[in-house]
Ligand binder design. Sequence first.
Ligand code: AP5
Length: 231
Amino acid sequence: KAEPPLRIMISGAPASGKGTQCELITKKYDLVHIAAGDLLRAEIASGSENGKRAKEYMEKGQLVPDEIVVMMVKDRLLQPDSQEKGWLLDGYPRSMSQATALKGYGFQPDIFIVLEVPEDILVERVVGRRLDPVTGKIYHLTYSPPETEEIAARLTQRFDDTEEKARLGYSVVLLQDRDKKMDLLYFVTSSWLVGLVNLVKGNAPKQEVFAEIDNALSKLLDSRKATSESL
Ligand code: AP5
């Protein structure tokens, strides 16, 4: 019988490398990448009322209220492509209430990956981050420079990528708060019975971080296979 598709949640502070790792994970595991921040930026681009409200919070580096984020994420997870191929949920849940809501809708992740990076490194990453509007690829002026002059010339910066916002954001974005983070990790592991929570050291080079994640995912798939063969 066919194995169910993988369902992964990945979290971490702003600029901890979630988007970068998600690109590598989706390339290898062919999952649907659902980023809460991207869904919100699309909502802003659509000019909707929810988008306007969300922008006010995002500019300050604060969490957007649950009534906007939860429905958006839930609807995307229910799309046929996510159900068939499996999903990689990026930047959600960031609070206990978001985790509780997702569980309440019956979603079950297989693994929760948390990227840990020291704050001074996070600020440097935010300030140097650039986006290619044509391919959607994320670059960093120092750590991941564009491949060609042509790409370099068209790179843009995200509206919320400022040092000021970055510093402000870390005090409020949940995963930098030690106690709340522990509460969330405990909730995810105990109530979803996700056996494996990885606190991957995200300040290593991106290929090393990926190797650690890849190793955890391979183990997960192997153990699933062993279980289904023993049935
Ligand atoms: P979101 O879009 O999720 O942004 P974020 O959390 O600020 O995360 P980023 O996209 O900034 O960073 P990332 O971790 O993907 O890092 P990246 O790979 O780009 O959220 C934006 C806002 O939306 C939030 O502030 C909030 O207001 C709102 N929001 C989102 N989710 C929400 C939710 N669930 N509830 C409520 N509100 C929500 O890497 C960063 C840079 O570092 C890049 O330049 C990259 O090239 C470089 N880099 C990456 N890895 C490495 C490495 N290993 N070594 C060196 N450089 C690296």
